[in-house]
Design a protein around this ligand. Sequence first.
Ligand code: IPM
Ligand code: MG
Length: 351
Amino acid sequence: MTQTLLLLPGDGIGPEVIAQARRVAEQVAPDITLTEGLVGGAAIDAGGTPLSNETLEKARTSDAVLLGAVGGPKWANVERIHRPEMGLLNLRKELDVFANLRPAYCFEALVDASSLKRDRVEGLDLMIVRELTSGVYFGEPRGVDTDENGIRRGYDTSIYTAPEIERVTRIAFEIARGRDGRICSVDKSNVMESGHFWRTEVTALHEAGGSGVELTHMLADACAMELVRNPKQFDVILADNLFGDLLSDEAAMLTGSIGMLPSASLGGEGVAGLFEPVHGSAPDIAGKGLANPCAAILSLEMALRWSLGRPDAADRVMAAVSKALKEGARTSDLGGSMSTQEMADAIIAGL
Ligand code: IPM
Ligand code: MG
C-alpha cells in the first residue's frame, strides 16, 4: 500500500519552505504520494475557517502531515477562535498528537552562529518533549468577562489529568532510552497546583520502575536559566505545553537559528504524526525568498523517521543538510546570502 504525506503549507514563509521540503521528499521517497491542503489564514481566506473538515479528514487518512506555519498580520484582528493559530491547535487536538518532540542539536558547521560561546554549544544535542494537547492551552474555563463586582478580567486554566501526564511521560522515557537515558522534568511545583501534581505523577511513574532512565526535576525558570548557562547538561527535557513552548524557542537559539529546528508531534498507534518547523510564519520576510528551508526539510526528516518508517531516507536527508552546511551553504539568518531555493539546491545536491 502506498503511503501518503499531506503537505499543509499554511501562511507566511510556510509555502516557500514546504515547497523545498516537497522537492526533497520527491528525491528521497519518490513512491510516497504527496497531497496538499489548506490550514490557517490560507484556509480562512478560502473557506472562512482555519481548519476545514476536508483538511482534517485528509490529515486523518494520511500517514504523516508536514505543516509549514500559520498566522500573520492579515488575520491579527479577527476573533481569537477564528484565528489561523486555531487551525494548528485544533489539528493537534483532533489528531491527538500529544507528544511534541523538539530536538535542539548544533550542527558542527553552525557552532559559531549560536548566540552562545563555542564551548557552551559545541556538540549540543538535547530533546525537548513537550505535552501538546492539554494544559493551559486548552483548559476550561477560559475567557474574558466581567466579575460580580463589575471588574473586567481575563483568565485561562492550567489543568492536567493523570493519564495525560502519564502518556507523555512514557514517550519521554522511551525517547530517553534511545539517547543518553536522562530526563529532566520541568514544572513550577513551587507555585502551581497543576505543577505540583505534574511532578508527583512523573515521580510516581518513575518509581513504579522499569523506565530504565534517570529522572531529575527542575523549576521552569531555573531551566530557562540553565539552558543558556550550561545547555549540554541536558539530555531530554520533559515539559508541559506552555513551558515546552517557551523553552523550545530558547533552545532553538542555541543552535544558531530558529530556522534550523524541526519538530515531530506524535500520538497513539495508527495516528498520523504532525511535523512542523518550530519557527513561525515570519510575515516580515514572507515572499522574499529569504527563509531558511532547513527546519522544514528537517521536519520531513523526522516524518520519514518517526511516522513513515524510512530511517534510510531520513539519514540521507540529515547527511545532506549537514554536508551543505559544512560546505558553507547559508541563508541570511545564518549569516549568509543564499535564497530559500539556493539553500535547498545545495541540500538536494548532497543527497
Ligand atoms: C509553537 C507555536 C504555537 C504554539 C503557536 C503558533 C500556536 O508557538 O508551535 O511553538 O504556541 O504552540
Ligand atoms: Mg512556540
